[in-house]
Design a protein around this ligand. Structure first.
Ligand code: OMD
Ligand code: FE2
Length: 439
């Protein structure tokens, strides 16, 4: 098995990085991108992540110096994947509170890799017009081996819940463990090797790349700090054997064969590269006097829409922290939202629902769908002694919050078989306490 120990990373968010595999010093050209002949007989190839003419502060591209250019491959042929969808027209609208028990890993006798194990659960919009998002659950039990994947439609934010992912990318090797996340942008080839049956969540966005949120009055530091984002150093393999390349294009999978490994990039420079982030590094800001602050204080990354302050999708976490607010109902408030809230749990439990919302499961509270603490949480927190307490220790829940109204796939509604038909009952027994004599 390929080594994923002692990996090196470059630190920073959105930097202009430069990196060469240690076997090939000076592989990067000096002072230009396209020398007549590149060092070591390499080919130069640009990967553009924004329009050439995108404003400078948005512009993303990298230059790859590789053994062979990406163009050498046979024509693509469609490959079926019944559970990856981008067509929401066949999905019936469902405004109910939805909760899923943990999604089932593939049976041991079935061999399913990361790409075969992609299941779309909900989404909106369309990769053709580059607008919207899709949320996928991956469920796999074998490594991709000599198969590589790239997404022509948008960027993947991957949240492993069970099993570490050892990911070869064109930019180098990344290992992502549960409680870490990674972003692999549009067009970047990668291959996922696993160590055990693995499960996780993917937020795919079509419009824009992920950014760090603005901090406003918080100041220059805090939340997810740029220096904690890690990008792989250049690494290549010279492997002249056929490799299957899968492209997700307009929501469908296509397959081709290349006579060599696509992971042959010896050196690269630029600001368009995959990265990972460990959620334990999140610098938590919260209310320290009274009231429950909105969960936007926990935004790790945001994919903005064209409407200021309104995200295509935010990636929000609920990290371990102190709760200290006085005369306050401390858990999440009862809530109706003009945004869609998809939640998942990496480990532990979530304070608003200690039962029924389990690691590897999910919930969806759609636009204006009422939700909030279950009966048990309400009773407990309304009567709790408000000492400073640790909340969410040993847990990590997260939310993909979107300004789009999400359709739920047939896989999510039925085929996955883990939709909890009893979810609504967790609020049913909330009591009436109204009393005119108690002001
Ligand atoms: O619905 C949820 O559990 C997410 C959430 C958390 C919170 O602290 C406040 C509002 C909110 O929607
Ligand atoms: Fe909510």
């Amino acid at each position: 098995m390929m080594s994923f120990t002692n990996l090196q990373y470059l630190k920073g968010f959105g930097n202009e990085f430069q990196t060469e595999d240690h076997r090939c010093p000076n592989a990067l050209p000096e002072g230009q991108n396209n020398p007549q002949k590149c060092a070591y007989g390499l080919y130069a190839e640009q990967l553009s992540g924004t329009a050439f003419t995108a404003p400078r502060h948005e512009n993303k591209r990298s230059w790859l110096y590789r053994i062979r250019p990406s163009v050498i491959h046979k024509p693509f042929k469609p490959v079926p994947n019944n559970f990856l969808i981008n067509n929401w027209h066949d999905c019936l609208p469902n405004p109910n509170q939805m909760r899923w028990k943990p999604f089932k890993l593939p049976d041991a006798q079935k061999r399913v890799d990361f790409v075969e194990g992609l299941h779309t659960i909900c989404g909106a919009g369309d990769p053709k017009s580059r607008s919207g998002l899709a949320i996928h659950i991956y469920l796999c039990n074998i490594s991709m081996g000599k198969k590589a994947f790239y997404n022509s439609d948008g960027d993947f934010l991957i949240v492993p819940q069970q099993g570490a992912l050892n990911i070869k990318t064109e930019f180098g090797k990344i290992r992502v463990e549960p409680n870490e996340i990674c972003v692999i942008q549009q067009g970047i080839k990668f291959s996922v090797d696993i160590e055990e049956a693995s499960r996780g969540y993917i937020l795919e966005v079509f419009d824009n790349h992920f950014k760090l949120p603005n901090l406003g009055p918080i100041g220059a530091n805090g939340l997810a700090n740029p220096r904690d984002f890690l990008t792989p150093v250049a690494w290549y393999e010279e492997f002249d054997e056929p490799h299957v390349i899968i492209s997700k294009f307009q929501g469908h999978l296509f397959e081709t064969v290349q006579p060599h490994s696509p992971f042959d990039v010896v050196a690269w420079h630029g600001n368009y590269a995959p990265y990972k982030y460990n959620l334990k590094n999140f610098m938590v800001i919260n209310a320290v006097e009274f009231d429950h602050a909105d969960p936007s204080i926990f935004t790790v990354l945001t994919c903005p829409s064209n409407k200021e302050g309104t995200a295509i999708a935010d990636f929000v976490i609920f990290p371990p922290r102190w709760a200290v607010q006085e005369h306050t109902f401390r858990p999440p408030y009862y809530h109706r939202n003009c945004m869609s809230e998809f939640m998942g749990l990496i480990f532990g439990n979530y304070e608003a629902k200690e039962e029924g919302f389990l690691p590897g499961g999910a919930s969806l509270h759609s636009m204006m769908t009422p939700h909030g603490p279950d009966k048990q949480c309400f009773e407990g927190a309304s009567n709790a002694d408000l000492k400073p307490v640790r909340v969410a220790d040993g847990t990590m829940a997260f939310m993909f919050e979107s300004s789009l109204s999400l359709a739920v796939s047939k896989w999510g509604e039925e085929i996955c078989q883990t939709l909890d038909a009893e979810y609504y009952k967790c609020w049913e027994s909330l009591k009436k306490y109204f009393n005119l004599n108690e002001a």
